[in-house]
Design a protein around this ligand. Structure first.
Ligand code: ADP
Ligand code: MG
Length: 264
């Protein structure tokens, strides 16, 4: 191949019938963590471009930089160098209030460990981001109930997280991520702690959200089986995007890329 697969993002068009508007763009993002004298390069020049209403999977082994990349594109941490654009805006240019608005309204987060509040009910967990956004109590309550129904938890609204199964907690995390009707949902290994069937249901739900609500979904994973529903798959290795493909380019039996040899 004349060009490296790492440069293919620019060449690969979004899936048929989809918007070409870039919603997330990272350009040569580096992140170095310093602990005393020790430095770890968690990201070493990650570049990617994700289009509006795409479902993108970020595939990579543990330690490859997926969570760090999510923290950068989600505006939760600042890169050591490089640029992140959300909806064409360089987020380093945002002041504190604008960044808070972006985090609260534009992006929904599903964290690897869920980060649900154990003392609160499912309903209160979903209402919390709405109160940050200034939605009044009654409207927040109604919207939270609708979201909980949407994810199949309409019968569990007064349960606390530890009274829910792993799959239900993950659904609750999805409902909470949708609280302020974000354009983007970042899901960090949403199926990692789930059995195969529940994990597949989760992916179906994320794909449905993309199709119905036109939410851009970015899901980190290291599980090949979760990739089928994606529009595109980005591979991350040692803090860089090294390969981009569409699901139809993958032979899921052998786990190999049909055109370009081994995937992992
Ligand atoms: P992944 O989510 O793909 O498992 P991470 O982004 O969590 O990868 O981690 C990438 C690398 O950065 C790993 O080597 C990890 O140990 C390191 N790292 C992540 N967070 C920190 C941190 N807060 N301080 C120091 N090193 C970190
Ligand atoms: Mg991680």
């Amino acid at each position: 191949m004349a060009v490296g697969r790492s440069e293919l993002d620019a060449l690969l068009a979004p899936a048929e019938g989809q918007s070409r508007r870039s919603i997330i763009r990272a350009v040569d993002v580096r992140k170095v963590y310093r602990a005393g004298a020790q430095e770890t390069a968690a990201l070493s020049g990650a570049t990617l471009n994700i289009y509006e209403a795409e479902y993108v999977s970020i595939m990579g082994p543990s330690g490859s930089g997926k969570t760090t990349l999510f923290n950068m594109i989600g505006g939760l941490r600042k890169p050591t160098s490089g640029k992140v654009y959300i909806d064409q805006v360089d987020i380093a240019q945002l002041d504190t209030n604008e960044l808070a608005w972006l985090r609260c309204r534009k992006i929904g987060y599903i964290f690897q460990t869920y980060n649900l509040l154990g003392v609160m009910t499912a309903l209160e967990n979903v209402m919390l981001p709405m109160s940050f956004a200034g939605l009044d109590g009654e409207r927040a309550r109604e919207k939270a109930i609708d979201l909980l129904k949407l994810v199949g938890l309409g019968h569990r609204i007064l349960h606390k997280p530890d009274e829910l199964s792993g799959g239900q907690q993950q659904r609750l995390a999805i409902a909470r991520a949708l609280a302020n009707s974000p354009q983007i949902v970042l899901a960090d290994e949403p199926t990692a702690n789930l059995d195969t069937k529940t994990g597949a249901d989760m992916i179906d739900l994320l794909a449905w959200l993309r199709a119905e609500l036109r939410v851009t979904i970015v899901a980190a994973t290291h599980d090949l089986r979760t990739l089928q529903k994606s529009d595109r798959i980005f591979w991350i290795e040692d803090g860089r995007i090294v390969r981009v493909a569409r699901p139809e380019e993958i032979d899921f039996h052998s786990g190999r890329l049909k055109t370009d040899g081994a995937l992992q």
